[in-house]
Design a protein. Structure first.
Length: 93
């Protein structure tokens, strides 16, 4: 089986936002006050971007799946039995 060819779409550029937000926003967010949920503003800024990263990656995955570019299939395993194509179980040593 040939590996699926990778395709790039414009929405994949969303993956750059967390890096820009975390690194590019540091000079602006580098302050202690105001406190956000008891955290210094810079820490809250970074925690917010970590959470936003997970949300953005979930959106990108959902868009890829809707276009058939991503799936949960594991190469070399059959869906029905969970065994490898050679017949050995995945749990076998």
């Amino acid at each position: 089986m040939r590996p699926r060819q990778q395709e790039w779409h414009a929405y994949h550029a969303l993956a750059l936002l967390p890096a820009l937000g975390m690194l590019g926003g540091l000079p602006w967010a580098n302050r202690v006050y105001p406190l956000v949920l008891g955290l210094p503003f810079l820490m809250a800024w970074l925690v917010g971007w970590v959470i936003a990263t997970a949300a953005l990656m979930a959106c990108i995955l959902r868009l890829d799946r809707s276009r058939g570019l991503a799936s949960d299939d594991v190469p070399g395993k059959t869906v029905e039995t969970g065994q490898s194509e050679t017949g050995a179980s995945a749990d076998a040593p």
